[in-house]
Design a protein. Structure first.
Length: 135
């Protein structure tokens, strides 16, 4: 789902995805109140950066990650991994976020050990970003 082009120049562009669809595991918001999620993709030369705003949600299926689709023009050659902070069920920890070319997804893993959190658990993911160089 493409957002609107926010800025565009010969060497730099930024695309904003407003409320991209989660492909697995979660709904945004808690207690029935939706959260607007924005993912920004910026390309400057051969460097791509995906930035996300802080968001919260509730786990609704048994899975290890939240997958968010993004534009295939910006895919890395191989999976790029970064560590990010997550609050899961009131406990703060770190986990991995991957830019996964085989699925064209940004994947936020709930835990680093692959455990599946219980359905109904609330999570918060703070703002951060991941970058890579296009091949």
């Amino acid at each position: 789902q493409m957002g609107q082009v926010v800025t565009q120049a010969p060497v730099s562009q930024q695309v904003v995805y407003s409320n991209p669809t989660f492909t697995t595991a979660a709904t945004t918001g808690t207690n029935g109140v939706s959260t607007i999620l924005q993912i920004r993709i910026s390309k400057n030369g051969n460097t791509v950066t995906i930035q996300w705003d802080s968001f919260s949600g509730t786990i609704v299926t048994s899975d290890t990650f939240i997958g968010i689709n993004f534009d295939t023009r910006y895919l890395p050659v191989n999976t790029v991994r970064n560590v990010y902070s997550i609050n899961l069920g009131g406990n703060s920890s770190t986990s991995n976020v991957d830019a996964t070319p085989s699925a064209a997804q940004l994947r936020f893993y709930f835990t680093q050990n692959g455990n599946i959190p219980p359905i109904g658990q609330i999570f918060t993911i703070p703002s951060s970003a991941i970058s890579w160089i296009l091949g």
